[in-house]
Design a protein around this ligand. Structure first.
Ligand code: FES
Ligand code: FES
Length: 154
């Protein structure tokens, strides 16, 4: 059995007909072809699939897509606006905070959610916001530097 579901992603409305058990991550990637959200573990451990749902970061591999109907979903594809990178993205590039890049979309969404509510977080607040995001490459310190380059310039 499949059900119709309407999803609002990055301000665009998408109609899909899907099995009721499918996750938001799978629907984003496989139905909407928004493949920026990554599937690392598929069980809520790595944060690579993080999207913002009604203002809060969530592991989209743990969200049933149908329960996201009518809610505001933001994905990494919506972070750049009008062809211009988000300041977080620019800072990550400038500070070399990306290596393989697999964790980066999820980390940026966790950080965007933080900065939307708290534009000048402390290092501890940044760490807490990224607590559910694993990176196997960078050691995190360049990410902290990147965030602080825009939240605490100079
Ligand atoms: S893929 Fe969702 S937390 Fe790892
Ligand atoms: S940059 Fe490779 S996992 Fe984070």
């Amino acid at each position: 059995m499949k059900i119709p579901v309407t999803l609002k992603v990055n301000g665009e409305t998408y109609e899909v007909v899907i099995a009721p058990y499918r996750t938001l991550l799978d629907v984003l990637r496989e139905e909407l072809r928004l493949t920026g959200s990554k599937k690392g573990c598929d069980v809520g451990d790595c944060g690579a699939c993080t999207v913002i749902l009604d203002g809060k970061p969530v592991n989209s591999c743990l969200v049933i897509a149908a329960t996201a109907e009518g809610r505001e979903i933001q994905t990494i594809e919506g972070l750049a606006q009008n062809g211009k990178l988000h300041p977080l993205q620019e800072a990550f590039v400038k500070e070399g905070a990306v290596q393989c890049g697999f964790c980066t979309p999820g980390i940026l969404m966790s950080l965007k959610s933080l900065l939307d509510k708290n534009p000048t977080p402390t290092r501890d607040e940044v760490k807490t916001a990224m607590g559910g995001n694993l990176c196997r490459c960078t050691g995190y310190s360049k990410m902290f530097k990147a965030v602080e380059s825009i939240t605490r310039p100079g």
